[in-house]
Design a protein around this ligand. Sequence first.
Ligand code: PMP
Length: 285
Amino acid sequence: MPRIAYVNGQYVPHRNARVHVEDRGYQFADGIYEVCLVIGGKYWDLDGHLARLERSLKELKMRAPMQRASLIVVMQEVLARNHLRDALVYMQVTRGVAPRNHPFPSDIIEPALVVTAQRFDLDASDAQAEQGGSVITQLDIRWGRVDIKTVALLPNVLAKQAAKSVGAVEAWLVRDGKVTEGSSSNAWIVDQNGVLITHPKGHEILGGITRENVIVCAEELQIKVEERPFTTDEAHGASEAFLTSAANIVLPVTQIDGKPVGAGAPGPVALRLREAYKARARRLA
Ligand code: PMP
């Protein structure tokens, strides 16, 4: 069955999906994106993703490619045409195609919209969570507005590659001695009193949809959450650590820079949150 992508008004075989060489996303990273988790054929927290997409567009003074209702139709159609039940759907909006020049084009141009989907293997993700993964720390060299979900991800790419090259699953980014977030996930620790700690929202992190929902799950489980920056030393002394993202849900972190976190195995709080998160997604999807 061929994979189908949506590209600027057309559903095309994925292998033929193309954008123009003067797309501003390609030339200037002048674009934004979303990655949505689909479980059992249903988008999880679609409202959260669409609100974040609209916020990113607004922050960059970019037009929406279509109304929210039409975008939902396209997203459902991509899922249906790919016959997917559990999936990750990628959506990208760029300012559009114009002769290369830094300022916004003076002519009104159509924003470009691409939507693709890939299968999400929930069992493989569960198996990985049972194993946990290690992270390394890297300097956070990103720009000052990483709360906008732009496709300008080169520092994230370099950090993730550094992690991969030593067999780690993620790089935790450190600014002024504090962990901001991962290269493509939010970072969490559990202190020795069982309190969850994660960097507050603001310009220094991307407000993860998973992060938001994990906070709700924690409240339901009566686990205390502190939204404040934590240092790498605190992370080393934590009883547990984990990361969150649409693609990982909740993934326990068992080592930081080669040193075990807590018992060096996936922690009970992270695993409980993961189960609660999946249950909530099934209930609300
Ligand atoms: N931070 C960064 C830098 C990310 O790229 C992501 C994933 N897109 C996240 C956090 C997690 O966000 P979400 O939970 O919405 O996937």
